[in-house]
Design a binder for this molecule. Structure first.
Ligand code: GDD
Ligand code: MG
Length: 364
């Protein structure tokens, strides 16, 4: 056994200070860590996972749109964790952010990128870390196109051999194994991260540990995993959750009826057609003859007019959809007004606060 014990690693730092550029325009209106996923803020899913694995002391390393995050999560007592916010005056990067936020001098800390959604067995990861005597363990997953991620090569026993963040287009890539953005770190190593400037955990800290022979391992798990970094990933993740492809520790919010999760305050008119799986949030109203679903998420106070059809789409809060409008496989931000008989086509993203006129068509 190492210095740490199995009930260690109950603190986590969540990196939530990125700008979410690739998720624009959705992130113009709301910080990426709290974009709604089946109406629940993205970080709410992470906190539930952490809680399920005994991690109850969570520090959010923020630097951008902190008020959004606070508004969505507060102190998170209702989620069974203690949540603290540490705010960077200037973004410190993924390494600097962890060093700045972690308040453990000894023991082990979980670190999570704030935009990943996974059902990984963090308790198994913690056991692996202990058994190997690892000082830094990186959760590894495999993807079809690894270039957009941190590439990780390991020895047969899992020991890290090489970490290469986002190789250039001319560099050969021999692995499809990537950094899944969840780590266990021996807190004593955080002193290696420079202060006073931005430091990338991926470009500086991990390669230096390997070069210095510090025992670091990759933990390869076949868990559900996704980085919600793009609008397509944002929509696909919700589709996966609706289809039960991830074994999350919490169900979608609302009461389940025939494969749909419906808040008790939502109202579906007689003669409207609800197709599973879908989620209807607080105060949603669906008019006569409308079809909602399959694979549709309606945020709080969203109103769907008579005979409208909404399939495969994610609507945020307070969206108004006029009668006979048709929405397919799209994402609609908050406070959007969609006129009667308008059409929003597959792949389209409508920014929060905008309007779509009567009979207008929006394409991707
Ligand atoms: N506090 C803080 N300060 N957080 C930051 C900062 C910062 O300066 N910069 C980025 N973050 C946070 C982001 O909010 C995000 O949650 C996390 O750090 C990772 O940043 P991304 O911008 O999402 O990085 P990425 O997706 O391109 O790459 C990272 O994740 C991949 C897996 O999803 C890397 O860790 C890759 O190696 C990894 O494969
Ligand atoms: Mg990311």
């Amino acid at each position: 056994m190492g210095a740490a014990s199995l009930d260690d690693a109950t603190q986590a730092v969540i990196l939530a200070g990125g700008q979410g550029t690739r998720l624009r325009p959705l992130t113009l209106a709301r910080a990426k860590p709290v974009v709604p996923v089946l109406t629940r803020p993205l970080l709410g899913w992470q906190l539930a996972l952490l809680r399920a694995h005994g991690v109850t002391d969570v520090i959010l390393a923020c630097s951008y749109r902190v008020e959004d995050v606070r508004r969505a999560l507060g102190e998170a007592e209702h989620l069974g964790v203690r949540l603290r916010y540490v705010i960077e005056a200037e973004p410190l990067g993924t390494g600097g952010g962890v060093r700045n936020a972690a308040d453990l001098a000894r023991g082990t800390v979980f670190v999570l990128n704030g935009d990943v959604l996974t059902d990984a067995d963090l308790s198994a990861m913690r056991r692996f870390h202990e058994e190997r005597g690892s000082r830094t363990t990186i959760f590894l997953t495999r993807v079809a196109d690894p270039r957009a991620y941190g590439l990780v090569e390991t020895e047969a026993d899992g020991r890290l051999r090489r970490f290469r963040e986002k190789p250039g287009p001319e560099e050969p890539v021999e692995t499809d194994t990537i950094n899944a953005g969840i780590y266990l770190l021996d807190a004593a190593l955080l002193g290696r991260i420079a202060t006073g400037r931005a430091v990338s955990i991926e470009r500086e800290f991990f390669p230096a540990l390997i070069a210095d022979g510090v025992p670091c391992y990759g933990w390869a798990a076949s868990a559900y995993w996704r980085d919600i970094g793009s609008p397509a990933a944002y929509r696909e993740t919700q589709r996966d959750l609706l289809l039960g492809r991830a074994a999350m520790p919490v169900a979608p919010p609302g009461d389940e009826h025939d494969g749909c999760w419906v808040d008790t305050t939502a109202h579906v008119a007689a003669g409207a057609h609800l197709v599973a799986p879908s989620v209807l949030g607080r105060g949603v109203r669906v008019g006569i003859g409308a079809q909602i679903g399959p694979l549709t998420v309606l945020g709080e106070e969203t109103r769907i007019g008579a005979d409208a059809r909404v399939t495969g789409s994610v609507l945020w809060e307070r969206v108004t959809v006029g009668p006979e409008a048709v929405l397919e496989d799209c994402v609609i931000g908050a406070d959007v007004d969609i006129g009667p008989q308008a059409r929003v086509a597959a792949g389209a993203i409508v920014a929060s606060g905008s309007s779509v006129g009567p009979r207008a068509t929006v394409t991707a």
